[in-house]
Every structure is written in structure tokens, then in C-alpha cells.
Design a protein around this ligand. Structure first.
Ligand code: AOF
Ligand code: ZN
Length: 368
């Protein structure tokens, strides 16, 4: 049986649904399952499941439980290959078979070596029809953090930049310059809520004194871990970041010795100190990203400033760029943007555009 337009519609719905728990399932991916039973000519969703908060139970288990007997002969739409391993829960492939699912339509293969290809094989061996890679690009985008951490052993890294019409990101010594409007601001905070971590350089902290929390009503408890690159520990004790370190985790990445007085003060204020390697007078980013992945961080948003953005780009560590362009002009004394739409063309592909009020958002994804 071929993949139909209806299959793609259901998969699109499943992928959209999977975003609900993005960033809230620990090191497990946020996966979704929709079970669709056709009664007469009418297809009905009889079971829905999402990877539970914290990571378990898995999506399939819950969808199967909700569907009950209606799962028999039904099609299951899963954003990720059902697992085949006995972990803290039995294999989802086995659960789907036992529930009598006739067909599984899947978004993408699970790179977990305990699963990869085995989930599909288990299903096919039991006579279940399996369709692989349906809307794979969209499924992989939704699972980008998990897939990057599994495959590249580092988090998925997005660079967020707000550019003026004349391609500046601010004015030196002027603190935060408003470039984009309220809607773009809200979008930025939504992205923070779904990300494991947000990272800035010490220059941005000294200039802007940002909080880097998610401040959308109702989502205040969804702030990501804040990370500041601060090789020589210039982070002020009365900065917004340090003052909130007890409530929202703050990682200070540094090459400074733990015996240093400031190191001990920051530690005492609730900061998590991260010892980093140094390379050519800067924090060695690839090693640091490995460490973050080891701590379970799957997604990082890099939010500033120009030097940090350039370092990540030069190290080839940027997977996605969210380039906001506002209607203001800053003038020749502004700080040049580390990237412009024209310069993105080399290593990145334009994956989509959106308009938020007067602002244009261009999303670029790394090519290949
Ligand atoms: C699924 N459905 O909803 C999720 C899956 O530690 P465990 O036993 O929970 O296994 C974690 C692995 O399970 C994870 O690496 C990934 O391969 C898979 N996640 N699989 O069938 C789900 N979240
Ligand atoms: Zn599973």
C-alpha cells in the first residue's frame, strides 16, 4: 500500500502535536503517536500519545491505552521509529503489535543503536505494514535536538540575530537597542521555552544585563538553562543573571582557576561553574558543546553578541539561523552583523520566512 495524501496529513498533525512537549522530555525525544481507525469511510483518531514529561512513558504506550480495542486493524502515525529495546519500559514496537495495529507510518528512523532499523524489523516480522520516512524533513526538524545529540554528540545549535535594515545588531555602549517589535519578542520567548539552553558571551551581559528567561505569561517556569561564556570571570555579582541563578540555572563557562576568589563567589551565588579548555585565547567551543551534550542539553540558542556568533559560525557549529530584520536604521556607528542574508547563502539554505508585525524572520538551515 502506497503512502497517501491522507497519510501525509496525519503525519503533519502528529509532528505538530509532538512540539507540545519539546524541551520537556529530558534526554528523550518528544515523540508523538496518532492512532487512526477507519469506521466505514470515516477515519477517526482513536488514540493520541506524546512522550510524557520527563521522557517516560513513551508516546505509543499512551496512544495504545487510549485507543483500547479500537487499535485493532488501525494505522499508527509515529513521528519517530518505535523503540525495540527493553529499557525502563517494554519495546513500543511490541506494544503496537500486541494491540493489533495493522500499519505503522513513521516520520524518521531512530539513530539510537538499540533501535535503529530494529523497530521497523520487529513490526514487519509480525506482519505489520511499515511506511518509513513520511514527511521526514519535518519530522527531523521537530526532533533536531535529539538527532544532533545522538549523531554528532553535541546539542543542536540555533543562532538568533536581530538585524536593522542596514545590517547592524546594535550600537556599542548603548545597551539594548530595540530593533524588532513585540511579536518578534514573543516568538523569541516561545523559542526559549522550547530550548534546553540559551547562550551569550560576557560582552552581551556587560552591555545589556539580560535575564535570558522566558517571560511569557504562563510559561515563566519554562526558562532554559542560561549559559554565559566568561573566560576571565567578568560576570558582575549584581547582574540579572547572577541574581536569578538560584531560581533559573546559570552555567558560567570559564577557563579561570577554581581557586580564584570570583570563581568561589559565583559558585556561592548558585552559579554552576563549567571548566573549559582554551584555544587561541578563547573558550574551545567544540569541547564545551560535547560537555553540554553530556549533561543532557540537546538544544542551544546562541543569542549574542557578534563575536560569539562569529566564533560559532567559524567553528562550523551552527545548525540553524533565525535572522530577524526590523524596520529601523542604526547608522554607521552601529555594530556590524556577523551575517547578512547574502552571506548566509554559502553554507545555509533558506528554510522559511515569516512576518511578525513590521519584522521579517528568515530561517536558515545548514546545507547537508
Ligand atoms: C519511542 N517512543 O515516545 C520515545 C522514544 O530510556 P528509555 O528506555 O526511555 O529509552 C530512550 C530511547 O527511547 C531514546 O534514546 C529513543 O531511542 C527512544 N525514544 N521511543 O518508541 C517515544 N521518546
Ligand atoms: Zn518506546
Amino acid at each position: 500500500m502506497a503512502v497517501t495524501d491522507f497519510d501525509r496529513r496525519m503525519m503533519a498533525a502528529a509532528i505538530r502535536y509532538s512540539y507540545r512537549h519539546l524541551g520537556r522530555t529530558g534526554t528523550n525525544p518528544s515523540v508523538s503517536t496518532l492512532i487512526v481507525q477507519t469506521a466505514g469511510d470515516v477515519p477517526v483518531i482513536v488514540g493520541r500519545g506524546l512522550t510524557a514529561l520527563g521522557g517516560r512513558p513513551h508516546a505509543e504506550t499512551q496512544a495504545i491505552a487510549e485507543a483500547g480495542d479500537l487499535a485493532r486493524g488501525a494505522t499508527a502515525y509515529v513521528s519517530l521509529e518505535p523503540c525495540a529495546h527493553h529499557g525502563s519500559t517494554p519495546p513500543c514496537a511490541e506494544g503496537l503489535i500486541r494491540a493489533g495495529i495493522a500499519r505503522v507510518v513513521s516520520g524518521t528512523t531512530d539513530p539510537d543503536p538499540r533501535v535503529s532499523g530494529r523497530g521497523y524489523a520487529m513490526l514487519r516480522d509480525a506482519g505489520v505494514v511499515v511506511e518509513e520516512d513520511v514527511l521526514a524533513d519535518q519530522a527531523r526538524r521537530a526532533l533536531a535536538g535529539y538527532l544532533t545529540r545522538r549523531v554528532a554528540n553535541r546539542p543542536h545549535i540555533s543562532l538568533k540575530l536581530a538585524l536593522s535594515r542596514d545590517a547592524k545588531i546594535g550600537r556599542r555602549g548603548a545597551g539594548q537597542v530595540a530593533i524588532t517589535g513585540a511579536q518578534s519578542g514573543a516568538m523569541t520567548h516561545i523559542a526559549r521555552a522550547a530550548s534546553d539552553a540559551i547562550l551569550v558571551g560576557i560582552g552581551t551581559v556587560l552591555e545589556d544585563n539580560p535575564s535570558l528567561t522566558c517571560r511569557l505569561p504562563g510559561l515563566e517556569n519554562r526558562s532554559p538553562i542560561r549559559v554565559v561564556l566568561d573566560r576571565t570571570l567578568r560576570l558582575p555579582m549584581d547582574s540579572a543573571l547572577v541574581r536569578s541563578a538560584v531560581d533559573v540555572p546559570l552555567i558560567v563557562a570559564t577557563t579561570t582557576d577554581p581557586d580564584d576568589e570570583r570563581y568561589r563567589q559565583l559558585l556561592g551565588a548558585g552559579c554552576r561553574m563549567m571548566a573549559c579548555d582554551e584555544n587561541a585565547g578563547k573558550i574551545a567551543l567544540p569541547e564545551m558543546m560535547d560537555d553540554l551534550a553530556g549533561q543532557g542539553v540537546s538544544t542551544v540558542i546562541v543569542e549574542g553578541g557578534a563575536a560569539v556568533a562569529s566564533s560559532f559560525l567559524e567553528a562550523g557549529l551552527v545548525d540553524r539561523v533565525d535572522l530577524y530584520e526590523g524596520p529601523v536604521t542604526i547608522g554607521p556607528d552601529g555594530v556590524d552583523a556577523p551575517v547578512t542574508p547574502a552571506r548566509m547563502a554559502k553554507d545555509f539554505t533558506l528554510a522559511g520566512t515569516s512576518q511578525f508585525g513590521d519584522d521579517l524572520l528568515r530561517i536558515y538551515e545548514r546545507t547537508g
